[in-house]
Design a protein around this ligand. Structure first.
Ligand code: ADP
Ligand code: MG
Length: 475
């Protein structure tokens, strides 16, 4: 029997407000343990949480960008459970009345795009962190994260492979970063997901029993964890075993998932409306204001890049994957207005040097500097080949293209008589090759050009050289 996987993701994104969701404590990453806390984060008796207005604004922005229905009135609920990183004994979340439902996003490119529906998005607070002492037998509690604002984006079980899951997550990250509500830093835990995985006989319309893999915090782990889990479930079924509904963890060293606990049901959490927090009410005008404040989203920008700059789908996709690269590209065009050439340089030379696309902000070759370099090629000052060397030098020295070309005497030699002298010398030195060329070995043209380049350290203008050589060899 053939099986097919079914995946649903619950993505947690940290909203990048300065202070926490219900307290004025800082959300800054790191910091001495328990230094970013207030009595509210600690759950001390008698405190009253107050919703941070910015959180609401950011959450609505995200929901609009993810095509969700918005509910002007929503409620916070208590999700009760015990864990040492949760001093209140409950997490404040939204349950029966989330602020937004029924959204979607498209993954893949226009050629093969797929819509993944979003069940709901709700706001909630993060928990603290346990730091385990590997040598002794203690654990330490750091509550700096407790009360950090999150949105949880819950997808329908409509994702069909690990690749699609990664694409979906990348798209969410891209959108949230475009609209500036989440920094998307997965290493710091600003974006992570729980992956729900099941398998079923191919073509069946019934869902299989799922396992939930908790807290996966990199694209690579999402890929590996889901791939492993699909294989594991198929193997179990083929061995005649049943899939147990459970919560699992991904061990990134071993590349396997393992059981953490049997799955708890919603009723185990004893959800109830938080009596300390008033229902959230948004005015229509506020929502419209937020809607109008949204920038161009990745899909729109991709479509515009294709339309306005006549770029191929592939280029437009690469250039709009992050807002930083898209901005960099458009800033380059202000200096040098040939979109396809700029795109080629970014997709090869620039992206090769970047470990992380977001590092483009501190990239030593700023858009105006790249524009200057490309102008030097265009006006014939340097060849495309030399330009790559100049680029490498710009990257390490931070100098401008003009300065490097000047300092190193890299200007292209286009002077007719200078090149004629060099060519006639080379022809005089290679009578054998000339006869072979004249006897029909056309490939030797490349040899002669190579000789000229060697002599001029690659600075000869290839167009001019070709013309002179052709003339010289036809005599
Ligand atoms: P639970 O009650 O276990 O929290 P939910 O119905 O709330 O489950 O769904 C949580 C997530 O799991 C959603 O993203 C949903 O799409 C996904 N999901 C639900 N059932 C399945 C299934 N059988 N296989 C894969 N994913 C599923
Ligand atoms: Mg659920």
């Amino acid at each position: 029997m053939e099986f097919e996987p079914v995946i649903g993701l619950e993505v947690h994104a940290q909203l990048k407000t300065k202070s926490k969701i219900f307290s004025p404590a800082s959300t800054e990453f790191g910091g001495t343990p328990n230094s970013h806390v207030s009595p509210i984060c600690l759950g001390l008796p008698g405190v009253l949480p107050v919703l941070n207005k910015e959180v609401l604004k950011y959450a609505f922005k995200a929901a609009i960008a993810l095509n969700c229905e918005l509910h002007p009135s929503s409620r916070f609920a208590r999700k009760n459970y015990f864990y040492p990183d949760l001093p209140k004994g409950y997490q404040i979340s939204q349950y029966e009345e989330p602020f937004s439902t029924n959204g979607w996003l498209d993954i893949g490119t226009n050629g093969s795009s797929k819509r993944i529906n979003i069940t709901r998005i709700h706001m909630e607070e993060d928990a603290g962190k346990l730091v385990h002492d590997n040598h002794g037998n203690s654990s330490f509690v750091d509550l700096n994260r407790a009360g950090v604002p999150l949105i949880e984006i819950v997808s329908e079980p409509e994702i069909s492979s690990a690749d699609e899951a990664v694409e979906y997550m990348k798209k969410i990250r891209s959108i949230l970063r475009y609209i500036g509500v989440c920094d998307g830093n997965m290493e710091e835990g600003s974006l992570r997901c729980d992956a729900n995985v099941s398998v079923r006989p191919k073509g069946s319309d019934k869902l299989g029993t799922k396992a939930e893999i908790k807290n996966v915090n990199s694209f690579r782990y999402v890929q590996k964890a889901i791939e492993y889990e699909i294989k594991r479930q198929i193997m179990s079924l083929e061995n005649g075993e049943e899939i147990v509904q459970e919560t699992r963890l991904f061990d990134s060293d071993k590349g396997v998932t393992f059981s953490m606990r049997s799955k708890e049901e919603a009723h185990d959490y004893r959800y109830f409306p938080d009596p300390d927090i008033l229902p959230v009410v948004m005015e229509m005008e506020q929502i419209e204001e937020i809607r109008n404040s949204l920038p161009e989203l990745p899909d729109q920008r991709l479509a515009r890049f294709k339309e306005e700059y006549k770029l191929p789908e592939y280029d437009a996709g690469v250039l709009t994957a992050t807002i930083e690269i898209a901005d960099y590209f458009e800033d380059c065009l202000k200096e040098y207005n040939n979109p396809k050439i700029v795109s080629n340089w970014i997709m090869t030379e620039v992206l090769r040097e970047l470990k992380d696309e977001e590092d483009i902000k501190s990239f030593p070759i700023t858009p105006d500097k790249l524009g200057e370099l490309l102008t030097l090629i265009e006006d014939g000052t340097i060849s495309g080949k030399i330009a790559k060397e100049v680029f490498a030098d710009m990257y390490t020295s931070g100098k401008s293209a003009n300065q490097i070309v000047e300092d190193k005497g890299m200007k292209q030699i286009s002077d007719q008589s200078e090149l004629e002298n060099i060519v006639s010398q080379i022809l005089a030195d290679h009578p054998d090759e000339i006869s072979r060329y004249k006897a029909g070995d056309q490939k030797l043209m490349g040899f002669f050009v190579g000789q000229v380049m060697k002599q001029t350290q690659g600075k000869a203008n290839p167009k001019v050289v070709n013309k002179i050589l052709r003339k010289g060899l036809s005599n």
